[in-house]
Design a binder for this molecule. Structure first.
Ligand code: ZN
Length: 205
């Protein structure tokens, strides 16, 4: 219930204030997060909680199945602000195993607007159909697709004019792909990070 939520907020705010009387004044004055997080809207994968970060430490954008659409003005506006105004150093694209959005992208039944939203994931599933078919189970296949979706997200973020511009001016920003396990609460690095060299390599091609 909403009243429970307001009560919980009051208790949290009181506890924070008791712990550090200057806490809210400091946070209200400015935010200087080190991380920008692009994750899934799933209620079980809140960026601050699973990454153990306090308010003020991570700038967040979330959508169904953490899809990076190259024309998503919402994501691009947040990305540009994070890079150009907040000067974040680490950008994280985080997917998760057991993702309902990824599952929906593998199903034949209609899901309304989500089918448009999830089109890039569906396209990935088609592109990697042979590899995905080697999985032992539907669950394993979807989890591999969730990983591929993260790797694709890292690539797309890296190729935005926002990151290319930042790397051209030698900004030390890195983009990482992580995946979160709902079953064990662990974040895993998918080893697909990009950095300033990504621009240099792209330019050398
Ligand atoms: Zn999800």
């Amino acid at each position: 219930m909403l009243t429970d939520l307001i009560d919980r907020n009051q208790r949290w705010s009181d506890a924070r204030h008791a712990e550090d009387p200057d806490y809210f004044r400091r946070l209200a004055a400015q935010q200087a997060p080190e991380f920008f997080w692009i994750g899934c809207s799933d209620s079980r994968v809140p960026a601050n909680v699973v990454a153990g970060l306090d308010p003020g430490e991570v700038f967040v954008h979330r959508n169904v199945a953490n899809v990076v659409h190259s024309s998503d003005m919402n994501l691009l506006s947040a990305l540009e602000f994070a890079v150009d105004a907040l000067n974040v150093r680490e950008i994280i694209v985080c997917g998760h195993y057991g993702c309902g959005g990824v599952k929906a992208a593998t199903e034949d039944m209609p899901h309304g607007l989500a089918d448009h939203w999830l089109e890039p994931v569906r396209r990935l599933a088609r592109a990697y159909a042979v590899d995905l078919a080697r999985s032992d189970s539907d669950e394993a296949r979807r989890d591999t697709l969730a990983e591929l979706n993260v790797v694709e997200g890292v690539r797309r973020v890296s190729e935005t004019p926002i990151l290319q511009r930042a790397w051209r001016r030698r900004a030390e920003i890195r983009v990482h792909g992580l995946i979160y396990g709902l079953k064990d609460g662990r974040l895993r690095d998918l080893d697909c990070s990009t950095g300033p060299g990504h621009f240099l390599k792209a330019a050398a091609r």
